[in-house]
Design a protein around this ligand. Sequence first.
Ligand SMILES: [Zn+2]
Length: 185
Amino acid sequence: MYIFQLIAVLFLVGCSADTTVNNKTFDELIQQSTIIVPVSNPELEKKHEASTLLISCVDFRLRDETDKLMETYLSLLDDYDEIALPGASLALVQIKYPHWSKTVRDLIGLIEKLHNIKRVIFLDHRGCGAYKLLQGKEHAATREKETHSHKVVFDKAREILKKEFPKLKVYTLLMGLDGVVENFQ
Ligand SMILES: [Zn+2]
């Protein structure tokens, strides 16, 4: 078996979200056996609780916006766990892939025990491929239809959690690809 033996240190100071760091490609960067990422808050090592579980979609287009929403706009920096599954709330509610739903339920139960979370935030997004796949393209034929489709799924997700995890407060948000986040209460 091939074992990486290279020792290299990657200094991330000043690097951006570009696909290259110091003009190196991913293939070059991944050859390093050690990568040191500066820790923003060493005190977190002693922390064992988080207030919130975020259930988001896997979509690559909204990763940094999701971080900003949670950290800057909802003040939850270093205070949330995250599960990312296609469709976010839809992963729990849909019935085509029952194991997705079971996985979400199992993870909520586990994380509630592990980190004593008090709330779950479902973060769906507009233009979601998983919704198109599972709800049909027509679900987003108009903005109103897309909104309605998410509302129906959010209501079911809230119902499931109320029954299975009655201690957890549930919040449902829909993010647009333009960064606008609508709160479904
Ligand atoms: Zn999506």
